[in-house]
Write a protein that binds this ligand. Structure first.
Ligand code: PEP
Ligand code: MG
Length: 847
């Protein structure tokens, strides 16, 4: 008996059926049956049964056919576990043959019957007999003539008559669909969508509700859903086409009826109001029972509604969020479930402008998707040109080989940044993400001739200064022209959704923010403080840069102090403003980190200007710049090494921090700064810097006659700092893992150069992911584990966190939470992503 075989079973309310044995479609149909919806009779074949068919082991077809009324036409549809994994296309009207053509001609009319048969012959020829699809191109006639021609073409091409036995037809359809699933290209395609290598396919055999015929009542088919798939707003959308089958109504050029009443033309609601109301009622019931916005596939036959299928409404990310919120607000799903339903990464689409999904994309190049969002602008090749463009109110795309701190001013005003070199944590990428500036880096397949001010697209088109291009920083694409855009969507649904996520979250999220503008963004995205304020960016403003250079060029400690004394009030003001803005929320200030050489000019004009400013001969300046050059500056005189060898810089910064602390502190609300030392690799470095900080603190206390507290922490961003975390932690209050440098140093992989070959490495499976993007759980992760364990041995309560870019990456956040970090800190625009990812980790733990 068929009904006792769970692998080939009629879909009844209590048949044993699960999405992971029979596929999502079979399971969904069972739910519809349980709801008593008018679903045509259906038999489900399990993954196992279909796998056997692919291997030549056919089931008893007669028994399947016997489940349906005699002479019924059937269709077969795929039922993969996750509908997104796809599957072979449905085949309709199985069972049609010469004898039934005559029978159906009587019932439906000759034309409708011929249309059913022709459609089947064509689908069978192409998808089952695998004949050339062009073979039907010459058929120009209609109705029964078209049918005769199709049958003749089949016979000529297949060298046999079209099979007449419905059981044979069904066996062949099942066999071809089963085999199609096991083919290499289908497998690769679904694996690309996240399906496991051994993902199974189920099939459903369903009695056709025809949608064609000459009856008086409305006959046809369509799809309907209760929301707009783009916005997620409640709105009945879909299409209906009289005298049609399957998804014909969605076809190009189909003369579909409107569903709801519409001034532009006749609607289903006008034509058959009762039927329309019934479909809407079914759709509402499906939403409630299936706990999801569903697209209803229906057929009308002789005035009766048949529900053939329900599929999850395909949706944009912003619609997905609104749908989840609405389902939770209607009490259909819990708030936790709503929070779990949105991919954290999908949020970045809501936080930025996007290229309209329907817009034509003329892609002229691609690189690493370094900072999401889309921007159009005219090409400029220097920071100065970007500023000039901004002053004219024209959006500009700054194109550079790679950016350096000197480009910051240009980046602040550019609409987007495109670089030839670089990777996920190169300068342009980090700064771009921090500012929410769309950014594509490492577009090395385009050619960049910056001297001649031209870039050439991958297909040979030339673009010069002033030409309009668009960056899609989420897709890593460069496009010609300015396609239409869609604005960010930080609406009420978003705010509500994020508040639900925050209620579940058990790890704090801070932002990496260097300026007041960043800090404002961080607050807008509800960061709980600043976990990394990179102070060096404060010295690149024009006025300060010259003083900074004077300081670097100083011959004596005295001269150096004199220059630093001029920087002190500016730096004090920076911190005062930041403390005020943070209004008591924590602010972690990292002491100066980059190589000094980064502050020096690199071209002739710059050298000349500096010579003028310092009243020195150009040759002197050139010599000094050259003498400060390093072969490998990222491993040279930078970070705490500058702090040890030129202690006056950290002293000035410490004084600025402490004086700002006192300026903003009140008795009721004291400010407690967190000072962080970069690039530490030895305990003694911490001791020395700490002694310096304590001395400055003591001096400020004495001068002002007021007390204050502060915390000192270390960035763990060299492998040695992780290994020696025990003795390092003993010297400080907190440790923050700088996983950008830690990844660079663990792999021996330059964060500024890796972009050139990273995609090859990932494509060829050397690295599963770009380790600057997703934290390497095995290698760098082990260093984190070691660091955490050893630090806690020395100081069980030591505060631990991450402030590398990985802090904004959902997979990496999971690792940080497992390690018991108090907070993660990431660029402001990734704060919502991090909040959601962290909430999902907490909910998953409770489930
Ligand atoms: C790091 O190295 O992880 C870090 C946060 O510092 P930066 O990116 O400024 O080097
Ligand atoms: Mg670093």
């Amino acid at each position: 008996m068929l009904t006792n075989n769970p692998h080939i079973t009629p879909i009844t309310a209590d048949a044993p059926m699960k999405a992971d044995t029979h596929g999502g479609r079979a399971k969904c149909l069972q739910r519809l049956v349980r709801m008593d919806l008018p679903v045509p009779a259906t038999v489900a074949l399990s993954f196992d049964a279909v796998h056997r068919i692919a291997n030549g082991e056919l089931p008893d077809i007669e028994k399947i056919v016997a489940q349906f009324p005699e002479n019924a036409l059937l269709c077969v549809r795929p039922s993969s576990q996750d509908p997104d994994w796809g599957g072979p296309g449905a085949i309709l009207n199985i069972g049609m043959n010469d004898a039934r053509f005559i029978e159906y001609s009587e019932a439906l009319g000759r034309d409708a019957s011929a249309a059913l048969y022709t459609r089947f012959v064509e689908a069978y020829a192409v998808h089952v007999a695998r004949l050339d699809p062009d073979m039907f191109d010459d058929i120009t006639s209609d109705g029964a003539n078209a049918l005769s021609e199709a049958l003749r073409a089949y016979e000529d091409e297949a060298e046999e008559a079209f099979p007449q036995d419905p059981a044979v037809q069904l066996s062949e359809v099942l066999r071809s669909m089963a085999r199609a699933w096991e083919g290499t290209s289908a497998r690769l395609l679904r694996q690309a969508k996240g399906a496991p290598a051994d993902a199974g396919l189920g099939l459903v055999v369903q009695q056709m509700a025809l949608g064609l015929g000459s009856s008086e009542t409305e006959t046809g088919s369509g799809v309907l859903q209760l929301v707009d798939p783009e916005t997620g707003m409640p709105q009945i959308t879909g299409r209906y086409l009289s005298q049609s089958q399957g998804r014909d109504a969605l076809g190009e050029g189909a003369e579909a009826l409107y569903l709801t009443q519409d001034d532009r033309g006749p609607s289903l609601e006008d034509t058959v109001p009762d039927v329309y109301a019934e479909i809407i009622a079914h759709a509402r019931a499906m939403r409630r029972k299936l706990r999801e916005e569903m697209q209803v596939e229906f057929t009308l036959q002789d005035g009766r509604v048949h529900i053939l299928d329900g599929v999850r409404v395909p949706r944009s990310n912003r619609a997905a969020l609104r749908i989840a919120v609405a389902l939770a607000e209607d009490g259909i799903i819990s708030k936790q479930e709503a929070v779990m339903r949105i991919e954290p990464r999908a949020l970045s689409e809501l936080l930025h402008r996007q290229i309209d999904p329907d817009a034509y994309r003329d892609v002229i190049g691609s690189g690493i998707a370094a900072s999401p969002g889309a921007a159009s602008g005219r090409i400029v090749f220097s920071a100065a040109a970007a500023q000039a463009s901004a002053s004219r109110g024209e959006p500009a795309i700054l194109v550079r080989r790679e950016t350096s701190p000197e480009d910051i001013r240009g980046m602040q005003v550019a609409a987007g940044v495109l670089t030839e070199r670089g990777g996920m944590t190169s300068h342009a990428a980090v700064i771009g993400r921090g500012m929410g500036l769309p950014c594509v880096v490492g577009a090395a397949r385009m050619s960049f001739n910056l001297r001649k001010k031209v870039i050439v697209s991958e297909d040979g088109r030339r673009y010069g200064e002033g030409d309009m291009i668009t960056l899609d920083g989420a897709a890593g694409q460069v496009l010609d022209g300015a396609p239409p855009m869609r604005e960010a969507a930080l609406d009420e649904a978003f705010t509500k959704f994020m508040s639900w996520a925050d209620a579940e979250r058990d790890i704090a999220v801070r932002a990496n923010a260097d300026t007041l503008a960043d800090a404002a963004l961080a607050q807008r995205f509800k960061a709980e403080g600043i976990g990394l304020c990179r102070t060096e960016h404060m010295f690149f403003e024009n006025e300060r840069l010259t003083v900074m250079r004077e300081m670097i060029f100083a011959d004596s400690v005295q001269d150096r102090r004199a220059a630093l004394d001029r920087l002190l009030p500016m730096q004090r003001q920076d911190f005062t403003e930041l403390f005020r803005m943070m209004a008591g929320a924590p602010l972690t200030i990292r002491l100066f980190d980059p190589p000094l050489h980064e502050f020096l000019p690199h071209d002739k004009t710059g050298m000349r200007q500096l010579a003028e400013a310092l009243d020195l001969p150009v040759s002197d300046v050139e010599r000094r710049v050259e003498s400060l050059a390093e072969y490998n500056p990222m491993l040279g005189l930078r970070g705490v090494r500058v702090g040890i060898t030129v202690p006056e810089i950290y002293e000035m910064q410490a004084r600025a921090i402490f004086e700002a602390t006192l300026a903003v502190s009140t008795e009721q609300a004291p400010v407690v700064p967190e000072i962080m030392i970069p690039l530490v690799s030895a305990r003694r470095e911490v001791e020395l810097v700490r002694m310096g900080l304590d001395a400055v603190a003591a001096a400020v206390r004495a001068e002002q006659g007021r007390d204050f507290t502060y915390h000192v922490g270390v960035m763990v961003e060299t492998p040695r700092a992780a290994l020696r975390a025990r003795e390092i932690a003993a010297q400080c209050d907190f440790l923050s893992f700088g996983t950008n440098d830690l990844t660079q140093m663990t792999y021996g992989l330059s964060r500024d150069d890796a972009g050139r070959f990273m995609s090859d490495y990932v494509q060829r499976g050397v690295f599963e992911e770009d380790p600057f993007h997703v934290l390497d759980a095995e290698g760098v992760g082990e260093l984190l584990e070691i660091g955490v364990a050893r630090a806690r041995e020395a100081k069980p309560q030591v505060l631990l966190s991450i402030c590398g870019e990985h802090g904004g990456n959902p997979e990496s956040i999971h690792i940080c939470r497992e390690l018991g970090f108090s907070y993660i800190s990431c660029s402001p625009f990734r704060v919502p992503v991090a909040r959601l990812a962290a909430a999902q980790c907490a909910i998953a733990d409770k489930m």
